[in-house]
Design a protein around this ligand. Sequence first.
Ligand SMILES: [Fe+2]
Length: 192
Amino acid sequence: MCRNIILIGKSINLNKNELFIAETIALFHDIGRFEQFKKYNTFDDRKSENHAVLGVKVLKESNVLNCLQKHEQELIINPVKFHNMQKIPENISSGCLLFSKLIRDADKLDIFRVVTNYYLEKDKNPNPALELELSDAPEYSHKFIDDILNCRSSKNNLKTHNDMKLFQLTWLFDINFPKTFLYIKKETILKK
Ligand SMILES: [Fe+2]
């Protein structure tokens, strides 16, 4: 995640301090996952709670960002909170918007890497946690095809593995920076 966000951040000429903030967001964006798994034994937000909101709670309670200025803390905490939302909220500061876009692109690259590696070897090492315990029925929901054909990225009711893959493809319509597209192309993510 840290490498992804720095790669994208450098492509838009962020300065050293901005890259530092970006890297901190990348490092902490999923900090809520630990508490989530400990408490609920799942990574499925629908069956537990929103891991981004939980992450913000963990960050605030740990005081780990206290050494930073207040506005820098906001630039980290808000993008962590927004990283998994369907859309970034409107009326946020331009800094929060920029870092939210960065973390969302970096996160997509990371998940694309994890899932494409997983799809290559899932028969050998199945991992129900990565598949949100969905059925592997040879079916898909037309809603996701419709989203792809209409350039929409939206979260719908996932029922099968195929739905999951189609849903992940709809993320292409929510990418913010050319560097992210270039990376997806270079790594042949769609083909994989
Ligand atoms: Fe996350």
